[in-house]
Design a protein around this ligand. Sequence first.
Ligand SMILES: [Mg+2]
Length: 290
Amino acid sequence: MSGHGSQVVTERAFDALIIDLDGVVYTGALPIEGAAEGINTAREDGLRILFMTNNAAKMPADVVSHLESVGVAASPDEVLTSSQVAAAYVVSELGDDIEAGRVLAVGGPGVSYALNEVGISPMLPSQIGSDGPSQPFVAIVQGYGPQLRVTDLHEAGLAVNAGALWVATNTDATLPTPRGMVPGNGALVAAVAHGTGATPVVVGKPQPFAYEMALKRLGLPAERVLAIGDRLDTDIDGAIAANVPAALVLTGVNTAADAHARPSQDQPTLIAAGIPELRATWLGEDPVSG
Ligand SMILES: [Mg+2]
């Protein structure tokens, strides 16, 4: 090669990024510095983006609005919520030919939206009369919803006791709010577990099912995708379980010291200050080991 300088053209190392949201792109309503720019650069470099969140309450279009409010352009098909993962799990277990009203949706609008998206017409706790449902539920999907009532958890417990497949979108113990951490979906799932003695199937991060679904959506093998997250116990553990290379960014919950304190098999593939600092990695200029 000659004539146009000595620029070395390397082969891009990754074709897509799976990006966590809270603590990576924004903290509540506030943008994380450099994140929007880093995501735009990745797009210009030809990478595809999938935003994957354990937040089950929101619909993908709401997540897009949130992203736009912090300067990140996105489309709903670039968003994968844990409610969508849960809906896909119900279909994988029970098929997509489920009679209307046989799946109970407990949570915010994101839960029922995701079920509708896969062709399941769910019933909401508020639609159940005092005599209970006319037919027993075959499944219940439980995700977070800020308007959840105690009686919604009653219906969840009754459905679990009656033998419905119980799918929890995620079991994050806490949920970040502008005033601090509050009990998250994991706490509400624990209430139903405590009151029934049953254990749900959990599908969100760190379960590999969430990442496998993300890879399916992207149509890429695990080694061509870089997962980016701020939490070791969800983002990084889930990626490791699904054999997806994982970058811990230091803009959210966990520190580099937290990562270094873990056994070697639980280490992220790499640690970076934020998304922009990962560019050399996705371009293949800074090869990752392992
Ligand atoms: Mg996060």
